[in-house]
Write a protein that binds this ligand. Structure first.
Ligand code: THU
Length: 147
């Protein structure tokens, strides 16, 4: 699993190279591991109307959804930092973690599959491992609508 996670994190770093972030110059990549070992990536997509920006995790999850792969996601990696040469981020000593909105969107998938998704967050020299339940405790989800 560890080599597979190393690859997933590396794919998230590489995906950040495709970020469109002319306003923040903060490049983020996300990589989703599917149950057959394949990987779906995403990068942040900014907008002149700043609040319209799409985060890397959301882009990757929407890609997986539109390819009919949502139920096959078993793990997520995220990597980000200020843009460096080639668009790849400078990964800091402190890992970045998904923003609150992305945590909520990840929760939709975790609830769909009943997998407490591991989220691997790149930092210099490695990554931190979190479970979604740790990143978004007491979250609002489909079960909350049941009354
Ligand atoms: N960003 C992401 O892509 N994912 C996150 O979880 C946090 C923030 C992006 C949004 C924006 O383009 C840039 O990072 C700076 O906030």
């Amino acid at each position: 699993m560890s080599a597979q996670v190393d690859q997933l994190v590396a794919e998230a770093v590489a995906a950040a190279g495709n970020a469109y972030a002319p306003y923040s110059h903060f490049h983020v990549g996300a990589a989703l591991l599917l149950d057959d070992g394949s990987i779906v990536t995403g990068a942040n997509f900014e907008n002149a109307s700043y609040g319209m920006t799409l985060c890397a995790e959301t882009v990757a999850l929407a890609k997986a959804n539109s390819d009919g792969q949502l139920r096959r996601i078993v793990a997520i990696a995220v990597a980000g930092g200020p843009a460096a040469a080639g668009g790849v981020p400078q990964i800091g000593l402190e890992a970045i973690t998904p923003c609150g909105r992305c945590r909520q969107i990840i929760k939709e998938v975790a609830d769909l599959t009943a997998i407490d998704l591991p989220v691997y967050c790149a930092r210099a020299g490695g990554y931190d491992t979190h479970l979604l339940s740790e990143l978004l405790p007491h979250g609002f989800g489909p079960a909350s609508l049941g009354g």
